[in-house]
Design a binder for this molecule. Structure first.
Ligand SMILES: [Zn+2]
Length: 282
């Protein structure tokens, strides 16, 4: 922050000219250590990083000391009117943005000891009433509006999350809530990738599939198939045979047990054997 003192002896236009010089100074650029052009004042004084859309130049505090015969309050008003182009912000949604502007704050030597920097002793050009120093050089209405928006967004997200949670399916078997992945898979279009049992959680689905596999095996395993001494035997061939037989027995009406001449396999479940029939016909 820069400070200008005035004894109320100079004409307001002379004081206003000083702010033209401040603005020219703030516009000067120089190469920083990283080779990038930066405002020169930023390379000399530390300041908060500029905020997008509201990057102001450094504030200037104008202190009037009522020594001369010009009334201090009148001087403030005159200087404010003459320097409007340097400080006037742009109206946004319930606040102002001061992009590229210079906050000018005025006070008097009488007000300063009476209130101190934390009291309402500072008039920011363009605002109603007096504020404490930090509010005067800052943008409390913008800060409040942004905080309000952030809070609204947070509340909206929380509500959406709660609504989504209320819709989360539970497993029809164990009652456990679906994980996100299981939920996604349960409503996905099944393009033949085995996304079965959409009403069950992952664990129950695995158990159900295992139970179905065992039932299927028990149903299709014929005497001799996989049994010691049987011709089907264990292993891949045995399983393939069992599967083929299962398909055949499902396709044919139940009948009496007999041997399939082609496969050489006894059939006890169901009664038909497509391969056998074809063989017999030839
Ligand atoms: Zn379950």
């Amino acid at each position: 922050m820069f400070i200008e003192a005035d004894n109320c002896t100079e004409d307001a236009s002379v004081i206003a000219l000083k702010f033209d010089k401040y603005m020219r100074h703030f516009h000067r650029k120089t190469k920083d250590t990283d080779g990038q052009d930066k405002p020169m004042w930023r390379t000399r004084w530390s300041a908060p990083d500029p905020q997008w859309g509201d990057a102001t130049h450094p504030p200037v505090l104008l202190v009037f000391n009522q020594v001369g015969k010009r009334p201090a309050l009148k001087q403030m008003e005159k200087v404010a009117a003459l320097t409007r182009e340097h400080w006037q912000g742009q109206a946004a949604d319930g606040f102002h943005l001061y992009q590229g502007k210079m906050p000018i704050v005025a006070t008097t030597l009488e007000l300063l000891p009476e209130h101190g920097p934390a009291g309402p002793a500072f008039w920011r050009f363009g605002r109603e009433g007096r504020q404490n120093l930090w509010d005067a050089i800052g943008n409390p209405r913008r800060d409040a509006a942004l905080a309000r928006r952030a809070e609204e967004a947070r509340r909206r997200l929380a509500q959406e999350a709660a609504e989504r949670e209320a819709q989360r399916p539970v497993c029809a078997d164990c009652g456990q809530k679906f994980t996100d992945d299981r939920w996604k898979a349960s409503i996905a279009v099944d393009w033949g990738r085995g996304n079965s049992h959409p009403h069950l959680c992952d664990d129950c689905k695995i158990r159900a599939l295992e139970a179905e596999r065992q039932t299927e095996q028990g149903r299709t395993r014929a005497p001799g198939a996989g049994a010691p001494g049987g011709r089907g035997g264990a292993g891949l061939e045995g399983r393939r045979l069992a599967r083929t037989l299962a398909q055949l027995t499902r396709a044919r009406p139940p009948g009496s047990a007999r041997a399939c001449p082609l496969l050489g396999q006894a059939l006890v479940v169901g009664g038909g054997c497509e391969a056998g029939r074809h063989g017999q016909r030839r």
